[in-house]
Each structure stands twice: as structure tokens, then as C-alpha cells.
Design a protein around this ligand. Structure first.
Ligand code: SF4
Ligand code: SF4
Length: 375
């Protein structure tokens, strides 16, 4: 795992304070979307289909800072659209860094190299570069040739200039495990701090509806990719989440852990779904029917989802909700994930669905939060 120690301590402090206050629903990462427009049009994107008058608009720095302060999460991510197209992005980044939030600016990196001189390296600032695979896969994923080379060049320049750089990768049903392993090797050779990986969510608005991963296929794919425990890959995410992707650790979605704020307000219930908006963070927490989301709810929109925005907070909760969870996470962090038998991601006809091996850490789905404990 590769999460900066300062960030870990900041999250630890935040969780401890929330638990001492009796809060069981609290934010960890604010997903701040100051604009929806982008200089790419990826087939799996669920963000750029808004009408042109919406794509032209953006949040002001003051609106961004108000959301950061209202939410109070120790980490802020600015996902797509493309944040570097925002005319005041320097001011937004500087303001969030000044608040000592760990900030991840998610970018397709087309403009990154050109814009780097406008930013100052900081332990609080990381550019999280969108890379969905090696050149062939990434250029196909973003529907434009040459983007992989541009992104890789920008990563090198950013690293040389002293910036923290991570990558974020979304995997789809056509991902080939061996190519993904080569891709992770190549990304580590670029000197990035860590990688983030997640299966793509089947956005209703995304043009390509055929290529999203089911849960079962996600388990097989990630077991195959991550089958060797001791490789030199570093992930900028919880080891529990990686075990969840492999099907070794069961979790229930915690959508309030990554609240999302955009031009429309606070999005219910998560970054992926669009079930209405609240005017304030407090209103979001109080008026969202949280029991209606996640796999256990039976909500069909949630049944195949394994996205990091719902399950990374669940992984953090699993770590800190018991000594057993904490010790198992510590072990995964220190010793690395267990070696795993090579498995085929595709189930043969008549073959039983894959089950976790008993020697691996399996925890029960965490019970829904009792309503009276909600902050
Ligand atoms: S780079 Fe990101 S925001 Fe832009 S189109 Fe692709 S997925 Fe959407
Ligand atoms: S499972 Fe959670 S993160 Fe996924 S769509 Fe449902 S509420 Fe959102």
C-alpha cells in the first residue's frame, strides 16, 4: 500500500473524533466536481452528457471552499470533467491545500505538462492521472489516439518537478489480466506514488453499456490480476478494498463516506447515482434514505456496483470497527496480500460460482447502521 503517513494519520484522527462523537455516518473523501466539461469524450463516461449550457458552467472557488468546509472530510478529490479546464483551478487548488486537506486532482493529463508551472508541489497535493491500461487499451478507452503517450510524458515531467503523482484506472469487461499486470509494472516504472483501481460503474448515461463488469467477473478479474502477493505494485487505496475486489472480504456500501458536490448541489446518494440533490451537506446526511442503497437494500442500481466511492469507506470502517479488522488490515499492509491460486475470470458452463478460500480473511457484511446512532 502507498498512502502517505500524514494522510493516514489525518484519516485516523478524523475517524477517532467521529466515533467519539457517536457518529457512524461521516465523510472521508469529498468528491468535488467544479465542472463537467472535458477535452475528451470517453465511451464509459457518465459525466459529460449534460446539456451544453451546463457544460459551460463551473463552480467558483468560493463555492468549492464552502463545500470543503461544510463537509469536513480530510481528503478531497476533484474528479472529472477535466479540472484543468477550470479557469480558476490554481486558486481552487491553493485554497484547498491551504486548508491542509489531502487533495487528489484527477486529470486526463492532456493539459498537465503545460500547466504544471502554475502549481507548487506540496505533500497535500497529488495529481491523479487517468490511465485505463497500456497504450492500446487506454487510447481505446478514451476514444482518442495518442492520449496515453501524452499522459505518460506529463507524469514524468510532474515527477521531475517534485509533484506527487498517482494514477486512477477503471477496468471494464474486456480487460485482459496479463495486459493489466504489464500495465501496473509500467506505471510503477514511471515512479508514481501509487495506483488506484476500480471496476467501472454501469452509468445509465454512458454511451458504451456493453462493457461494464458484473460482480462475479470483477472478482475473477481482480483475483487473476492480483494473484501474486509479493509484487512491487503500490496501491493508493486500502488493502481491504483490494481484497474486496478479489471477493475475499465482504463489505457493504457506505455511500456517505464519499459525498459528492457539484453545480447541482450535494448529490444523493453517491457520485455514481443521480437521485436528487440537497442544498447543504447537513441536508444530504439528514434527508437521504441511506437504507435504500447498497447491495443489502436490494436496489437494482447497486447490485453489481463495486466502485471505490462506495466501498473504500466501507474498507476504512471495516478496519476501524473492531480490533480483528484493524489487525487484519495491519497484516495485509505489512505482509502484503496472500498469494492466490491462478483462476480463470470466465466461469465455465455448469461450474459453481467462485467462493472465497477459507484461509483468506473473510468478514461478514457489516450490519446496517442503527438509525438512532446516525449523526
Ligand atoms: S477524461 Fe474523465 S471526465 Fe473526461 S470524458 Fe474521460 S472519463 Fe469523462
Ligand atoms: S452501491 Fe453504493 S456506490 Fe454503488 S451505486 Fe449504490 S450507493 Fe452508489
Amino acid at each position: 500500500m502507498s498512502v502517505p503517513i500524514g494522510q493516514m494519520m489525518s484519516v485516523l484522527r478524523h475517524v477517532a473524533v467521529q466515533r467519539l462523537r457517536g457518529n457512524r455516518r461521516y465523510p472521508l473523501v469529498l468528491m468535488l466536481e467544479p465542472l463537467f466539461r472535458c477535452n475528451l469524450a470517453c465511451a464509459g463516461c457518465g459525466k459529460i452528457q449534460h446539456p451544453v449550457e451546463v457544460l459551460r458552467r463551473h463552480l467558483s472557488p468560493a463555492e468549492c471552499f464552502r463545500a470543503v468546509d461544510e463537509c469536513g472530510a480530510p481528503i478531497v478529490a476533484i474528479p472529472g470533467g477535466e479540472p484543468l479546464l477550470h479557469p480558476q483551478i490554481e486558486e481552487i487548488i491553493a485554497g484547498i491545500v491551504a486548508r491542509k486537506k489531502y487533495l487528489y486532482v484527477c486529470t486526463n493529463a492532456i493539459k498537465l505538462e503545460e500547466m504544471l508551472p502554475r502549481f507548487t508541489p506540496s505533500k497535500y497535493l497529488a495529481f491523479s492521472v487517468h490511465l485505463d491500461g497500456l497504450q492500446r487499451e487506454h487510447d481505446a478507452s478514451v476514444c482518442r489516439k495518442g492520449v496515453y503517450e501524452l499522459a505518460v510524458a506529463a507524469i514524468r515531467v510532474a515527477r521531475q518537478a517534485g509533484f506527487r503523482v498517482t494514477t486512477n484506472s477503471t477496468l471494464f469487461a474486456d480487460a485482459e489480466p496479463e495486459r493489466c499486470r504489464e500495465f501496473f509494472d509500467e506505471v510503477m516504472d514511471l515512479g508514481v506514488e501509487g495506483m488506484m483501481v476500480s471496476p467501472g460503474y454501469s452509468y445509465e448515461k454512458a454511451p458504451d453499456q456493453e462493457n461494464f463488469l458484473s460482480r462475479e467477473r470483477s472478482h475473477g478479474l481482480f483475483r487473476e490480476i492480483l494473484r501474486e502477493g509479493g509484487r512491487r505494485w503500490k496501491f493508493n487505496q486500502s488493502p481491504v478494498f483490494l481484497e474486496f475486489l478479489k471477493g475475499n472480504w465482504d463489505l457493504e456500501c457506505r455511500p456517505w463516506g464519499t459525498p459528492s458536490y457539484s453545480l447541482f448541489g450535494w448529490q444523493k446518494p453517491c457520485y455514481l447515482l443521480d437521485d436528487g440533490y440537497a442544498n447543504s451537506f447537513a441536508e444530504l446526511m439528514e434527508t437521504t434514505n441511506w437504507e435504500g442503497y447498497g447491495r443489502a437494500s436490494g436496489n437494482p442500481k447497486c447490485q453489481q456496483c463495486m466502485a471505490h466511492c462506495g466501498y473504500e469507506p466501507a474498507a476504512v470502517e471495516a478496519t476501524f470497527s473492531s480490533w480483528r479488522g484493524f489487525l487484519r488490515t495491519a497484516w495485509l499492509t505489512l505482509a502484503g496480500p496472500p498469494r492466490q491460486a491462478n483462476t480463470s475470470p470466465t466461469r465455465q458452463p455448469g461450474q459453481r460460482p467462485w467462493q472465497p478460500e477459507p484461509r483468506l480473511p473473510v468478514l461478514p457484511v457489516i450490519d446496517p447502521v442503527p438509525a438512532e446512532r446516525v449523526a
